[in-house]
Design a protein around this ligand. Structure first.
Ligand SMILES: O=C(O)CCC(=O)C(=O)O
Ligand SMILES: [Fe+2]
Length: 209
């Protein structure tokens, strides 16, 4: 039985049309709550590390760019909530491959905790030396997020960054966008902000020419 609480075909149409979508209440409330509990548990166990920017050899901790902490889900994929999340995200990946022919092969994702005051400055989710990251996924875990708590993702809708939307990091909201097309940032959060960020990757990842 599917855990997806939205119309997949409609989502695929919108993604094909505009390259991004915001889906409120995307997954069952109990799945989201369990994932939030799992995130807080491993946070309390001290298993997160401060996030870096760049990849492999080029990785650097750049606190002026981002100030969140992360834990990759493959470190904790024995947790039932993480398994349930991965299964739901896999279902989305299969549908995207059938409908949009993106050739996605896997999802890499991490929990992210933004402590009070944390942010992530405007960026593109694509490494200079690796174009495998194709579709970004962000799933929020914050119950009763106050309207004045900041922490929205600001998604710029055009290359010139003239237009944008701000999305509240409310529990159950899933945001999908093409990783190489949409600049975005996380506005400073005034309280602890929890999420799962991921990237569906294409096979291989090098340019085909
Ligand atoms: O948490 C968010 O809203 C976005 C996070 C993000 O942009 C990233 O981790 O690359
Ligand atoms: Fe990002």
């Amino acid at each position: 039985m599917t855990a997806l609480r939205f119309d997949l075909d409609a989502v695929l149409d919108t993604l094909a049309d505009q390259g991004w979508i915001v889906i409120p209440q995307a997954l069952p409330v109990d799945l989201t709550a369990n994932l939030r509990e799992a995130c807080l548990q491993v946070w309390d166990e001290g298993r997160f590390h401060e996030a870096a920017t760049g990849r492999a050899g080029g990785q650097a901790r750049r606190a002026e760019i981002r100030s969140d902490s992360v834990l990759w889900l493959d470190q904790v994929d024995e947790l039932p909530a993480v398994r349930a999340y991965n299964a739901a995200m896999d279902e989305i990946m299969q549908a995207v491959n059938r409908g949009l022919y993106l050739g996605l092969a896997e999802l890499e994702s991490h929990f992210a905790v933004y402590p009070e005051g944390a942010f992530y400055k405007k960026h593109l989710d694509r490494f200079q030396d690796d174009d495998a990251r194709t579709l970004t996924t962000v799933f929020y875990l914050n119950e009763n997020w106050p309207a004045d708590a900041g922490g929205q993702i600001r998604l710029y809708l055009d290359e010139a960054c003239g237009q944008f939307i701000d999305v509240e990091p409310d529990a159950g909201t899933l945001v999908l966008f093409l990783a190489d097309r949409f600049w975005h940032e996380v506005l400073p959060a005034k309280r602890q902000r929890l999420s799962v960020t991921g990237w569906y990757r294409r096979q291989g990842g090098s340019l085909p020419w």
